[in-house]
Design a protein around this ligand. Structure first.
Ligand code: T4K
Length: 397
C-alpha cells in the first residue's frame, strides 16, 4: 500500500466484505442440517433435550468439572450464579469488563463495586481489593479477560481469608488452563459464554461449571428445566434454558474447538511478530494461563509514539472494511446508571480510564487467515508511517 491509496482517502477498500472481530465459527452446513433433522425427527426443541444433555456431559469431561449446566447466554448465567450464591449488598468486580458482568449483579439487586485493573495484565488489581471492602461486601466476581486469567488461585485464598464468596465471569476464557487446572474449576462457580463471537459458540448460549453438588442443584432449579435432580430450596426461578438447536451448534463447535484454538494461536503469533515492530502498539499477551484460546488480539495504542489515536486508527481500518473494536468503551463504570455512582465516588480507576481510551481489538477467528493478518498489519504499519497525513484529513491536526 502506498500513502495515496488508503480507502479513507478515496482508495479501494482492502477487503470487499467486512472482517469483524469474534470467532464467528460456522460448522459445515451438512453437519448442521443433519443435527436439525434429528431435532425434527424427535420433535423435541427444548427443555433439557438429548443434545443439551450430551453437551453438558461432554463439557464436564472437557473441563474436568463435576457439574456443567447449560444456559441460554452468559448474562443469565451470571444472574443465576449471584442468586444461587445468595449474594447480597455489594460485590466487587473489575471495571474493565463487558457491561453484562456488572448488569447481572444489578438484576439481582446487588450493587457492583468497581476495582481497577493491573496495567500489565488488564486483570483485576488484587492488591487494591482491601481498600474496597466494607461490611456490605459479600463477594467478588473475578473476570478472566482476553483469554487469560485473573489469578484465580490467589483470589481463592484472598476470598477465603476474608469470608467472601467468589465466582468467575469466564465468558472469554473457555479452553484456558491455569497451572494444569482448566478454567471452570475455580471459585464456587464459573460462567462461560457461547455467544457467536466466542471461541466456543452455540449461536447464543453459555454454561455454568461447579464442583459443588448443592450449588449445582440450586442452579438447575433456578434455570428451570427438566432433569433438575433433587429439589432444593430456592426463592426465585427463571428461564435460562438452552434449546436443542443451540446445543447442536455447541456440540459441533466443541468438536472443532482444538482446530479453532490452534488457528487462533497461529494468528496471534503472526500479529505479535508484525505489531511488535510498530512504535506505539503494545499487544497484550493472555495473562496467567498455561493455555489460552488466543481469541483476543488486544493492543494498547500510545498515540504519542504511534502518531494516531486509537479512534483514528479504527476509522482508517473501518474504511478498509476491517471492523476493529474498542472493547471496552466507555467502561462499565461509565455505563447505564453506574456513571452517577462513579462520579459521586472518591475511588478512581486510572488504569481502566486510560485503557478505555487506548485499547483496540483486531479481528481473529474463523474469518481470518494469515493473509488477512498480514494485510491488517500492513495497514496498521502504513497508518503509523502516514499518521501526519491521516491526522490532517481526520482532524486537521
Ligand atoms: N462477560 C464478559 C466478560 C463478556 O465478554 C460477555 C460477552 C458477557 C459477560 C456476556 O455474555 P453473553 O450474555 O453475551 O453470552 C459482543 C458479544 O455480544 C458479547 O457476547 C461479548 N461479551 C462482547 C465482548 O462482544 P458486541 O455488541 O460488541 O458484538 P457485536 O454484535 O457487535 O458483534 C461483534 C462483531 O461480530 C460485529 O462486527 C458483527 C459481527 N457478527 C456478530 C454476530 C453476532 C457477525 O458477523 N455475525 C454474528 O452472528 O458484543
Amino acid at each position: 500500500m502506498n500513502k495515496n491509496n488508503f480507502a479513507l482517502l478515496g482508495g479501494k477498500p482492502t477487503f470487499s466484505r467486512k472482517i469483524p472481530v469474534g470467532q464467528l465459527y460456522f460448522p459445515e452446513w451438512n453437519r448442521y442440517e443433519s443435527a436439525m433433522r434429528g431435532i425434527f425427527d424427535r420433535r423435541y426443541y427444548t427443555n433439557q433435550g438429548p443434545l443439551v444433555q450430551q453437551l453438558e456431559q461432554k463439557l464436564e469431561t472437557y473441563l474436568k468439572a463435576k457439574h456443567v449446566i447449560c444456559v441460554t447466554n452468559a448474562t443469565i448465567g451470571l444472574m443465576m450464579a449471584a442468586e444461587a450464591l445468595s449474594l447480597s449488598g455489594k460485590v466487587i468486580l473489575p471495571s474493565f469488563t463487558f457491561i453484562a458482568s456488572a448488569q447481572s449483579l444489578s438484576w439481582v439487586g446487588i450493587k457492583p463495586v468497581f476495582c481497577d485493573i493491573n496495567p500489565l495484565t488488564h486483570q483485576i488489581a488484587i492488591d487494591q481489593l482491601d481498600s474496597l471492602i466494607d461490611d456490605k461486601v459479600t463477594g467478588i466476581m473475578g473476570v478472566n479477560l482476553w483469554g487469560g486469567a485473573c489469578d484465580p488461585i490467589k483470589l481463592e485464598k484472598y476470598a477465603q481469608q476474608r469470608g467472601l464468596k467468589l465466582f468467575f465471569d469466564s465468558a472469554q476464557a473457555f479452553g484456558g488452563t491455569v497451572e494444569n487446572t482448566k478454567i471452570g474449576n475455580f471459585g464456587s462457580v464459573e460462567v462461560f459464554s457461547f455467544h457467536a463471537t466466542k471461541v466456543l459458540s452455540s449461536a447464543e448460549g453459555g454454561c455454568l461449571s461447579t464442583n459443588d453438588d448443592l450449588l449445582a442443584a440450586k442452579l438447575r432449579n433456578i434455570r428451570s428445566s427438566y432433569g433438575a435432580g433433587h429439589p432444593v430450596s430456592i426463592t426465585k426461578t427463571s428461564n435460562g434454558r438452552m434449546s436443542e438447536a443451540q446445543a447442536a451448534i455447541g456440540l459441533m463447535s466443541l468438536e472443532d474447538f482444538p482446530k479453532n484454538q490452534k488457528n487462533n494461536k497461529t494468528l496471534f503469533n503472526i500479529y505479535k511478530n508484525r505489531l511488535d515492530t510498530i512504535p506505539g502498539i503494545k499487544l497484550i499477551e493472555p495473562a496467567g494461563v498455561t493455555q489460552s484460546n488466543y481469541q483476543y488480539i488486544v493492543c494498547e495504542i500510545d498515540e504519542s509514539l504511534f502518531g494516531l489515536s486509537r479512534d483514528a486508527l479504527i476509522k482508517v481500518l473501518k474504511a478498509e472494511n476491517i471492523i476493529a473494536r474498542r472493547y471496552f468503551y466507555p467502561g462499565a463504570h461509565r455505563s447505564v446508571d453506574y456513571i452517577s455512582m462513579f462520579q459521586n465516588n472518591t475511588a478512581s480507576l486510572p488504569v481502566t480510564e486510560r485503557l478505555c481510551e487506548t485499547c483496540i481489538q483486531f479481528p481473529v477467528g474463523a474469518l481470518v487467515d494469515e493473509n488477512v493478518v498480514g494485510a491488517i498489519s500492513d495497514i496498521v504499519e502504513n497508518s503509523h508511517l502516514n499518521a501526519k497525513m491521516l491526522n490532517a484529513f481526520l482532524i486537521g491536526k
